[in-house]
Unconditional design. Structure first.
Length: 316
């Protein structure tokens, strides 16, 4: 294994009774990377994050965290921090008191300026002295992130950290995680939002029913989408339909739902290069292109195709 690997896992398997939550999962995450875990509900993301955090032990397979093999005993590896499901906090204490007591519980003496700085970084500076009982889900997520950052981790594990965050909060959290990765630390996080992961992650691992169905750069995942359905609006719908029907490499998707009040649109299925050819022909025939774009974004389409969810959920 590379000396610079933050996580190196082979054939990780975790079974709960009759449920195989993870099956033969391999995961390689280089140091300094932001790595996303994505997959449908029940895919095994939280289970995998729990193994990385030392909250449970695999039934089979090997796991090395920051170069150290994980044993059979439940323990958080040195240099690792984070949360699964949702971060814990003391509701009767203020945000600042939560961080101060957590630091002293861990035997760390943190200057109050450090804690103020952390609270500012996660956007809680103005509510630092409010009790956590009144905090929203997004505020608790931010506090959980601050708590995880207290010990200056080299590997940060976060289960859906953007859960409940408004767009500003999401941007702040993305900035904190990007700064952390720039400083050489590694971040592994789960999300259901492909767009969030695409904006933040160097690489993603896609899980479906406990197995890895894709692992690699986001751009490569996008390429996995293959044929897509494109919605096309032109100045001459009849001519556009006639030309699209002539293009044997394309399929006209009949009966696809159009948004209410839409202009007349065609939905054509094909690869990007074939859509390019269609556009050239349409423009050559004098039809102006007014709108053209995939009905489902390429990343989402790849997610649906690789997890088999497109057959079940996208029946239009
Ligand atoms: N402690 C447990 N006992 C029994 N079954 C469990 C336990 N933890 C997880 N599972 C099962 O393992 C599978 C994977 O669950 P997991 O929570 O890891 O999925 P997930 O991808 O995080 O899902 P979600 O997106 O809904 O949070 C599910 O079928 C779940 O019901």
């Amino acid at each position: 294994m590379s000396a610079r690997a933050a996580v190196h896992a082979r054939s990780l398997t975790k079974i709960f009774g009759d449920v195989i939550a993870l099956e033969d999962v391999d995961l390689d995450v280089p140091a300094g990377q932001i790595h996303g875990l994505v997959g449908p509900n029940g895919a095994g993301k939280t289970t995998l994050l729990g193994l990385l955090l030392g909250l449970s032990v695999a039934d089979k397979g090997t796991l090395e965290i920051l170069g150290v093999p994980s044993g059979d005993v439940l323990s958080v590896a040195h240099g690792v921090a984070g949360f699964v499901d949702s971060p814990g906090s003391y509701p009767g204490l203020t945000a600042r008191q939560n961080l101060t007591s957590l630091a002293s519980l861990r035997g760390e003496v943190r200057a109050s300026g450090d804690i103020d700085d952390l609270l500012d970084r996660v956007g809680l500076g103005e509510v630092a002295d409010d009790t956590v009982r009144g905090f929203s889900l997004g505020m608790r997520q931010r506090l959980g992130l601050a708590a995880a950052l207290l010990g200056k981790p080299r590997l940060l594990i976060l289960d859906e950290p953007a859960n409940g965050l408004d767009p500003v909060g999401k941007r702040q959290v993305h900035q904190v995680l990007t700064d952390l990765a720039d400083s050489g630390a590694t971040v592994i996080l789960s999300s259901h939002r492909m767009d969030d992961l695409a904006a933040l992650c160097d690489e993603v691992t896609l899980l479906a029913t406990g197995r890895v169905v894709f692992s690699g750069p986001v751009s490569k995942l996008e390429a996995e989408s293959g044929e897509l359905d494109y919605r096309l609006v032109t100045s001459d719908p009849a001519e556009a339909r006639r030309i699209a029907e002539e293009e044997t490499s394309l399929t006209l998707v009949a009966g696809r739902k159009q948004a209410a009040g839409d202009k007349p649109a065609l939905v054509v299925r094909g690869h990007e290069a074939e859509i390019d050819d269609l556009v050239r022909r349409l423009v050559g025939a004098g039809a102006a292109i007014r709108e053209l774009g995939p009905v489902v974004p390429p990343l989402e389409a790849a997610f649906l195709a690789l997890t088999g969810a497109d057959d079940q959920e996208l029946t239009r």
